[in-house]
Design a protein around this ligand. Structure first.
Ligand SMILES: C[S@@+](CC[C@H](N)C(=O)[O-])C[C@H]1O[C@@H](n2cnc3c(N)ncnc32)[C@H](O)[C@@H]1O
Length: 251
């Protein structure tokens, strides 16, 4: 298995910690993504690559009928354990286990960069009704905050961060050009240890060897315990959500 495939499949090893420590998504981003549908009624929404349900829970809370699709068994089990009132199915973006034209919106949170876009885009178009929406979103840490900038240096590993911002979404004849919007967000951490637990759920941390991981964790802990912004009790990690929405046109 090549590194990309290993990383795409790495998250299940830390599924419980993932559910515990990864951030959720801003509600405003969900609402903006659904705006082209022109209604706030209950919609049929698919959370593709749903993981442990960090976004799924937000979609359910907004009152939508949600189907979550996720290939990794441990991630999907964690989702089922934590998020109720959702239909959860095993499956990949390149082969979605849902009938044609049955979904109003497909959300993809922090996962589009793992897909084979040439296969996934027509597959997403297949399950969407004409006029439906594809929303691809990511969460990023703010880069103009001095302590976070320094922390990023300290947390570097021999494996690069996967995502290059912004991810290029291929043009596809069944989708209008993407619209883009940024939403501010924060990720509250109660302690330096909780921040480190969050960083350890990223694929670049999951695929390195134990020795390197221990070194990086020691470095991060020393840094966070020293910095006044993070050493004393709870702190907020300033983040933003990068959202792209694309309307599916008629065939
Ligand atoms: C970083 S996690 C994001 C999970 C969740 N959407 C969230 O925001 O927390 C990436 C997820 O993509 C899933 N994934 C990787 N390759 C995939 C593919 N080809 N199709 C569908 N899901 C995939 C992984 O199993 C993992 O759960």
């Amino acid at each position: 298995m090549d590194l990309h495939a290993r990383r795409a499949d790495s998250f299940g090893a830390q599924a419980e910690a993932y559910a515990e420590h990864r951030p959720d998504y801003p509600v405003a981003a969900i609402r903006w993504a659904l705006e082209p549908l022109g209604t706030s009624e209950r919609l049929d929404v698919l959370d593709l690559a749903a993981g442990t349900g960090k976004l799924t829970a937000g979609l359910v809370a907004e009152g939508h009928r949600v189907t979550a699709v996720e290939p990794n068994e441990q991630m999907l089990s964690e989702l089922v354990r934590r998020v109720h009132d959702v239909r959860a199915l095993p499956g990949h973006a390149e082969h979605i286990p849902v009938p044609d034209s049955t979904v109003d919106a497909v959300f993809v949170a922090t996962a589009f960069h793992w897909f084979d876009q040439e296969k996934a885009l027509p597959e997403i178009a297949r399950v969407l009704r004409p006029g439906g929406v594809l929303a691809a979103m990511w969460l990023e840490t703010e880069d103009d905050v001095p302590w976070l900038k320094d922390f990023q240096q300290v947390s570097n590993t021999s494996v690069e961060s996967q995502r290059q911002s912004p991810v290029k979404i291929m043009a596809h004849p069944l989708f209008e050009a993407p619209e883009h919007k940024i939403f501010p967000h924060v990720h509250r951490r109660n302690s330096p240890e909780a921040a480190i637990a969050w960083i350890n759920t990223h694929s670049r941390m999951l695929v390195i060897d134990d020795e390197e991981r221990a070194e990086v964790n020691d470095r991060m802990l020393a840094f966070l315990r020293e910095r006044p912004e993070t050493s004393n009790g709870p702190f907020d990690v300033p983040m933003y959500s990068d959202v792209f929405r694309m309307v599916r046109v008629s065939d």
